[in-house]
Design a protein around this ligand. Structure first.
Ligand SMILES: Nc1ncnc2c1ncn2[C@@H]1O[C@H](COP(=O)(O)OP(=O)(O)OP(=O)(O)O)[C@@H](O)[C@H]1O
Ligand SMILES: [Mg+2]
Length: 297
């Protein structure tokens, strides 16, 4: 891409400059998954080397921004998100939330999973209640009920409160996942391919819902996606990762489209075509390199 045509925010560029106003600072983060070298692995010929999934990623994320992460399959997107969520530790470097290192999961970060991760024996209401009660054990019964109601309404599930996950469509299940994550009032919403398992139509509906909810709540969102159109519709910034092993941030795109966004009008924006082509060529280049490496093996 012609870099003169895109205004990259310096605070977001991978490097050693840090923004004072960053809500989340990822500093020189590396993740190594240890190989198996124990005696049992040796005698069963199952040894493996250490695997450097991501290497030396530095990134600052400002409050109230919608950030998407895109990159070839297996490059380390979920690894990075899980470290931000505190579900996985960093091997080197640190991740700071409001200047404080993240050492584990916490209610300041809400997570939405691709496979919904709902508790099947609980109703819609029960799933949300469980999250709220766990995070706020001292909250009054009245406030809990109000929070549940508000969030069921926010994601458009009013009427389905007493249903169990098996009685819901995939789209409805993911609405519960989103309501549950937002009901704990996190500072940052983390979403790992939240619409990956949905059909195109439901996906489109939910993208519009997320856009509407984001307009209303303006929370910082970090979302992984494989869809270029989805990233362009929703993001303020798009982080493009290189292939792994030792994946890095290759480039950060700023998405200049005004909000609220309308999917029908988006491609009429003068920057749309250039951004789309840039993302396509990045993904094509990185994925092709992964395939070539596989063929050489
Ligand atoms: N627990 C683990 N132990 C060893 N290697 C792992 C572990 N988890 C992930 N990996 C490896 O780290 C790399 C990054 O995995 P990750 O799941 O983060 O990729 P991803 O970008 O989210 O992929 P996808 O787009 O397919 O979801 C992969 O090569 C994966 O095999
Ligand atoms: Mg993943």
């Amino acid at each position: 891409m012609d870099t003169t045509s895109v205004n990259y925010p310096t605070s977001l560029i991978s490097g050693n400059t840090f923004s004072e106003s960053a809500q989340l600072s990822i500093r020189n983060v590396t993740k190594v998954f240890p190989g198996k070298q124990d005696w049992l692995s040796k005698i069963s010929h199952q040894t493996s080397k250490d695997f450097v999934a991501i290497e030396n990623i530095t990134l600052d994320i400002e409050p109230n921004t919608f950030v998407t992460i895109i990159g070839p399959s297996g490059c380390g997107k979920s690894t990075l998100l899980n470290m931000i969520a505190g579900l996985s530790s960093v091997t080197a470097g640190e991740i700071l939330l409001n200047g404080v290192p993240i050492t584990g999961s916490g209610p300041d970060r809400g997570m939405v999973f691709q496979n919904y991760a709902l508790m099947p024996w609980m109703t819609v209401e029960g799933n949300i209640r469980f999250a709220v009660e766990t995070v706020y054990p001292k909250m009054s019964a009245q406030s809990i009920q109000r929070t549940i109601k508000e969030h069921i309404q926010l994601v458009g599930l009013t009427g389905a409160e007493k249903k169990h996950p098996h009685q819901l469509s995939g789209g409805m299940r993911q609405r519960v996942g989103i309501a549950r994550a937002l009901a704990i009032n996190p500072q940052i919403l983390l979403m790992d391919e939240p619409f990956g398992a949905l059909d195109a139509l439901t996906r489109g509906f939910l993208q519009d819902e997320i856009e509407r909810i984001w307009e209303q709540e303006r929370k910082t969102v970090i979302m992984i996606t494989h869809s270029i159109e989805e990233a362009l519709l929703l993001s303020d910034r798009i982080i493009m990762m290189t292939r792994g092993p030792a994946a890095r941030v290759d480039e950060i795109l700023e998405v200049p489209f005004p909000r609220p966004r309308n999917r029908e009008l988006l491609d009429q924006h003068p920057a749309y075509h250039d951004l789309k082509v840039e993302m396509e060529s990045h993904l094509f280049r990185e994925t092709r390199a992964v395939e070539e490496a596989r063929i050489r093996i």
